[in-house]
Ligand binder design. Sequence first.
Ligand SMILES: [Zn+2]
Length: 364
Amino acid sequence: MSPPMTPAQWRAALTAEGVPFTEYPGWTERGRDAATGKVFGPVNGVLNHHTAGTNSLATIAVNGRPGLPPPLAHAYLPKTGVLALVADGRANHAGLAAKNVFNAIVAEKPFPKPDANSGTIDGNDALYGIEVENLGDGVDVYTRAQYDTWVRFNAAICRHHQWGAGSCAGHLETSVEGKVDPRGRVEGYGSRSPFTFNMAQFRADVAERLAHPASWSPSAQEDDTDMPQYANLGLVRPYTLAPGAWHDIQFTQEWTDETGDHAPNSEVFVEGPARFTGSLSLRFEDLPVGDVVQVRMSEWEGDELQQVHPIHEVIGTPGGAYGIVPLTKRIGSGRSMRVRLLNQSPAEIEVASAVLTTLVWKES
Ligand SMILES: [Zn+2]
């Protein structure tokens, strides 16, 4: 908890972190503080959004949307990667944030699912907001320059406040109103090929920056053999999951697979001997509110299940059913790893998306 950055602190933090930026006229005087009688701050984190549109600078800075007066964020980041500061006061971006997630942001603990029953807070009181240009259709691409600036912007704020990357959240993680932003494809980052945006990876990238001096840049090429390889797998199309049945997720789309040992249309996402760490982002349709889908890593030798690993659950909420499951493990030679789902609801559900992002350290 600390006071919001002053204009001078904004400029210093962004410049040190290598953020290319412009200043929209009047930004140092702009905010909803006077209009609402609620002063912005103390601040506890950064909330990240996509615009779901194009050329939104004036909308976000001075026009607003019907029923939502401007400013709609503190910064706007178009595809050029050159950020615009638009406000330093209170901004209309966060809406109601679930108290349980807000508490996790403050504590920099792993985020639970947003639970409206935990209570809500006005996120505009305490969270910086950035709107990043993207259609939000899951297909539109964040440019390499844009993603790089985005990571730097979050890191600059965290470095100023002496926060960790756990203070950076996505709107979809805090919202009790069913927000899905930010999402989409990313052109690349550092040595990384195109991948699907997800907050776990984003926080890892912010954390990596924070582990270096502010002047650091991710290297374009990494051929050090100690470097992990990157795998990013997903589904080409949604499929139906019957009640009561175990199902191994079959990864049909390889956005990136540097490890090279993922057979197409395979359930296996990594083969031993290897260490891996990453996450699986899941989205289900039609999961009744309060019902559960179990998610487990399962370890195989050939076609024989050897071991199942701890259970994670995705719970249906009024806003939908999303889950981010951590995947971290070491597996031995001859073993392979899959992800299994068990639909515990009485209804057929649709596995709308499953995106697996891992770093893999091959062992010999
Ligand atoms: Zn949003």
